[in-house]
Structure formats: C-alpha cells, structure tokens
Design a protein around this ligand. Sequence first.
Ligand code: ZN
Length: 403
Amino acid sequence: MYELVPPQGRPTSVQQLVDFILWQAIRAKASDLHYGLVSHTGPGGLTYMLRHRVFGKLQPVRSEFIGQQHKEVLARLKVLAALPSTDVNAPQDAQIKVNTPEGPMVLRLSIIPNPEGEEVVIRFQRAQKIPQTAQLGMTPEMLQGITGLTRQRSGLIIVNGPAGCGKTTTIYALLNSLANAETKILTAEDPIELRLPFVSHTAIGRGTSFAQLSKAFMRQDADIIFIGEVRDAESAETAVQLAQTGHLVFTTLHTRDALGVIPRLEAFGIHPNFIASTLVGSLAQRLVPRLCAKCRVPAVIDEATAGLLKKILPPPAGTRLFGPGPGCAECNGGHTGRLGVYELLSVTPEISDLINRKAPQKELLSAARANRMLTLGQEALIRVYAGHVDYKAVSGLLGGEGG
Ligand SMILES: [Zn+2]
C-alpha cells in the first residue's frame, strides 16, 4: 500500500509532483485522471494536458509542470505500479493501492503508446460505502412509496433509466434496508459492485446462465432476489418466474420512464398477463447536477419557458429560479455532486388490469397520474422550484408533458 502524502507547497521532486497530481485529482473528486498529448501544433510544439473527469465531465487542469516533465511523471507512475519502465511501445494496465488522507483507494492505470510518448488514464476507485435509502435524495413521499412496495412478499420491482443513473446504488440501498438475519437475500450480478451484510452475492457470466441460476435460486429458499439487469428474453423470463414463485425480485432495465418497462418486458416475450400479475412497481431514475447553494445565481427565464414549466407543475407562490454560479471553494464549477430524480409507478389493481388488457400507454399514464404518480419532469421541477437544480439541466425530462 503506497502512502500518498500531499506535498506542502510546491513539489520539489518528481516523486512529490506525482503525489501532488494524484492528490489534486482525488481532492477534486475526479473519477478519472487523463494525462497526455492534446496538440502537436502549439506554439511550444507538443502540448500536454492534465484533465479530470468530474461527475461525468472532462475538464482541463491548470498546471505549469506537465509538458517538460511528462516522461518523468510516466516513469514514476510505472515505478508505483511495478510496471517495466523500458516498455514504451505496448499498452499496459496495472493498479496501485494507495492510502490517502481521504482513505484507501485503488488507482487503475491504463497506459497506451503514441509516437511522441505515452498517455495515461488513471481511474480512482474509492472504497465504497454502503448506500442508505435516506441518502438517495428522494422526497419523503417517494421514499415512503418505494419502501412501502418493498414490504411485499413477492413480485417484481424494476429500477430503470439510462446507464450510470444510479440504478444499482438505489437497489443496494433498498436491499440494505431489508437485510437482516431473518431474511434470505440472493443476488445475480455482473459484476458484483459492492458487498452487503446478510446478502449472498453471486456473479453471473463466466459460463453460468440465467436458467441455471434460476433453478439454483429456487432451491436456495430465498425471500428476496436481485437480478442485476434484465437485458434479454432469458433474464426477463428468469426474473418473472422467480417473482411468480414467492420471491420479491429486484432488477434493472434501460427504459425512458417508469411505464416503459411494460412494453420492454413484452418485447422480451413476457405475456401481459404475467407482467400484470408480477409487477409491483417501477422506479425510473435520473441523476441531475445539484446547484451549489453558496454561489448559485438567480436565473432569468422568458415567458414561454415559464409557461411551459407552469403547465408541467405550477410553481409555489414566490418561487425563484436559480442557475449555476461561477464556482467557489465549496463546489466544482457551480455544482456540488448530483441529485436523484425519481418517478414511481405503483401497480394498483386498476393498473394491473390495464396492463393485462394491453391498454395504450396514454391510458396507463392517466391512470397512474390519477393515482398521484408524479412524472420525472414534475419531480425534476420540484427540485428546480426548491432552488437545488437549474431548469436547463432537466430540460430533457420536460418534453411532451403537461396538464
Ligand atoms: Zn459554489
């Protein structure tokens, strides 16, 4: 384990410089550090750049060292990663375990050769904390709604949304709230992202099919099962079968919204009758940038936009909208992390009946809304009106709604 000591003041050696570069990235909460050539034609010839990926966005880091010391920095990183320093013509992967003032973490290095030298990308894998439902950023109503559904003894709960929207984190938090000595919880994941107490994690892939796993899970006398992702007919059938046989099953799907899971399951060959009888709830989720409360600035919107927002969800009297500020010591360019926005479809007997009858989405949506479901757009606007989110950051969720 390498002990990373942030240098005090200016680095005076390559060793200190590398520690400084790594610490700068860790402190900026970067998920990745990129270091390599970005231009062949700058005034000084070759231009190297250090960049951080923070909350999904790649951004340059101001640094006066990076050009001339590129080779030395690469060499030092290779020493830390125990890679041969002489090999500069082949891609290389390695990892460095480090102890930092922010706790232990693993740095995954990927080095590729280019004609002028080498480029490195370092991914920072921080020791993960077990997520808690209270930290998911749900409104109290949403948290109450979803935890209510998890008290069912059997059925299917699907968390959906695009890749990287925090679906697995949400399910881990829900499983963690249900895990105890009296409950048997099994998972089938690819890969296993985190280990929870009182949960038996199983890795799928590597020759284990869903069908095999499903058979084994039946004999494992489980109460709750998490199937990492429904991505084809086989995994869909497995999830539904397990949900039909007395298990509460959690899984994830890539769909646009909560209702989108119904046509998706149908497309995977699941009969509407089976969807109607097993689906308990569908939770759509997005992560949106959270405004820094210290430096946010009032946002000015035109009347047409105000009218559109009002149509989706009328703002409370006296609501003021905010946009990102210039950035301050408390934040990263005007934002402090990301906030979850959710849409929960609870399957009532009425909705179950509509699914069974293959009712059009429009009909399902009005039934869900009559049952007090707030859409992703409405949930996003609650955050916008509370001053936590810039309305521009959620414009993708506001289309095609109203009334
Ligand atoms: Zn700020």
